[in-house]
Design a protein around this ligand. Structure first.
Ligand code: GLU
Length: 450
């Protein structure tokens, strides 16, 4: 039987890292087994579901590259894939329960008659969890008494207003869509006995369940949308690569057999398994996430680096199609963790005049013989003919020798004079990209500042 997994978001907010991680694990599991990954929209809560939220979720999944084989925009033969459009199917399933005498009306709502027996969830991550729903009873919050009170364990599957309840539609759809593996957040583990009772009522073998432990914020509480790193669209905006985010999300609750932190998508597909899902809660670490991104940046092909950087270069007003951009990106890629940090490193190559950092300039000025150093440097570089990295270095050495100092003594004033500050990309390749004329012009201008 082919593996069929699904991601079943409720479109009531942003795509959160917890939800995206659930989507990723389902996607990886399906891809690993050559199965199908289905996107199902759980939008039965008409008041809270919005099309804006759905669009954000779709955009987020698309950006991450978690493509779905069936679902919105793609279709499939088990659709429609929005629960709000599946009411006729739910009505049919409800009739089956009515005919079997397994439901009854209670003040306008329909309740499912919970059997007095034990249900055991054989969870791939959490192990066996056994519950007797009838004996365990149910509790609800009484607003008047302001406390929890005993409630009817027969749970509601249809509201008095006609709307179907999550447990019922979730199970009906997993049956109708032929879902073989349900991988979802641990917050749903306590719902699963109810789901097992419904599967049994329909005479259907339940899918395999794997509940993923929670993702906590650095202070150890459940990650919320206000925490840094919580929202997927912000990753894109702040300069993360989608595969790096997938890589980091994979590590948030799963580990492979080897001691490995950096994975390509192909490697993740090859190695992902349910047995590697960790049993304890994971803790979100933004610094590690950025580190993973930096590792992915180092591995991008030049063409992919250019494509990924493009929006950030455009936003900074840099000439994306300039011939020197690919070389400039190579100078930046090892120095940054995020794509958004690239423009600041390379912009000095593409502007008329560098922005002089006052404290760097002061540092040069405070050195004895600064003006002589810069003019010796200028003279040394003036002699350079072919303007290659090696020839530039030789020019700097010649300037240094004329003053009787080491090459290193000229590097600092040269960097500040040409690039404007002590930080940034490697000096010699930047000089090479700038061209002789610009470098000499900047050094002359700098001499006047000293
Ligand atoms: N709509 C549910 C949620 O967003 C999905 C539960 C499930 O995956 O079964 O939590």
């Amino acid at each position: 039987m082919s593996v069929r997994t699904r991601f079943a978001p409720s479109p009531t907010g942003f795509l959160h890292i917890g939800g995206a991680r659930t989507a990723l694990y389902n996607w990886l599991y399906a891809r690993h087994h050559g199965g199908q990954f289905i996107l199902r929209v759980e939008d039965t809560d008409a008041e809270r579901s919005t099309t804006e939220s759905m669009q954000i979720i779709l955009d987020g999944l698309e950006w991450l590259g978690l493509d779905w084989d069936e679902g919105p925009g793609v279709g499939g033969d088990r659709g429609p894939y929005n629960q709000s459009e599946r009411v006729a199917i739910y009505d049919r399933y409800l009739s089956r329960l009515e005919e079997a005498g397994l439901v009854y009306e209670d003040e306008g709502a329909i309740r499912f008659r919970v059997p007095d027996k034990e249900f055991t969830v054989h969870d791939e991550v959490c192990g066996d969890v056994t519950t007797n729903l009838k004996a365990a009873g149910s509790r609800r919050y009484d607003a008047e008494l302001k406390k929890e009170v005993e409630a009817n364990p027969d749970f509601v599957i249809k509201r008095p207003n006609g709307g179907y309840i999550f447990h019922f539609v979730n199970v009906v759809d997993d049956i109708e869509m032929g879902i073989t593996h349900v991988i979802r957040g641990e917050d749903h583990l306590s719902n699963t006995p109810k789901h097992l009772a419904l599967f049994e009522a329909f005479g259907v073998e339940p899918p395999v369940f794997a509940h993923i432990p929670l993702n906590l914020n650095p202070s150890g509480t459940k990650m919320s949308k206000r925490d840094q790193g919580a929202l997927i669209h912000e990753y894109r905006e702040s300069g993360f690569l989608a595969d790096a985010v997938n890589n980091y999300m994979a590590l948030l609750g799963w580990s492979g057999k080897e001691d490995q932190d950096v994975f390509s998508m192909e490697e993740l597909i090859g190695k992902f398994d349910l047995s590697g899902i960790t049993k304890s809660n994971s803790k979100f670490d933004f610094e590690k996430c950025k580190w993973v991104n930096a590792e992915h940046l180092k591995q991008l092909s030049p063409a992919a680096l250019l494509e990924a950087s493009r929006p950030f270069l455009e936003k900074a007003g840099l000439p994306v199609d300039d011939d020197r951009i690919p070389a400039a990106l190579e100078l930046a890629r090892d120095r940054v963790q995020l794509l958004s940090e690239i423009p600041a490193i390379i912009e000095t190559i593409f502007v008329d005049l560098p922005t002089y950092d006052p404290s760097s300039v002061e540092k040069v000025k405070s050195r004895e013989g600064a003006a002589e150093a810069v003019s010796a440097l200028r003279e040394g570089l003036e002699q350079v003919e072919d303007w290659s990295d090696d020839a530039i270095k030789a020019g700097i050495v010649a300037g240094a020798e004329s003053l009787g100092v080491k090459m290193g003594a000229l590097m600092f004033p040269c960097r500040v004079g040409v690039m404007g500050s002590t930080s940034g990309a490697d000096l010699v390749p930047v000089l090479s990209l700038l061209g002789k004329e610009v470098v000499l012009r900047r050094l002359s201008g700098f001499s006047e500042m000293l």
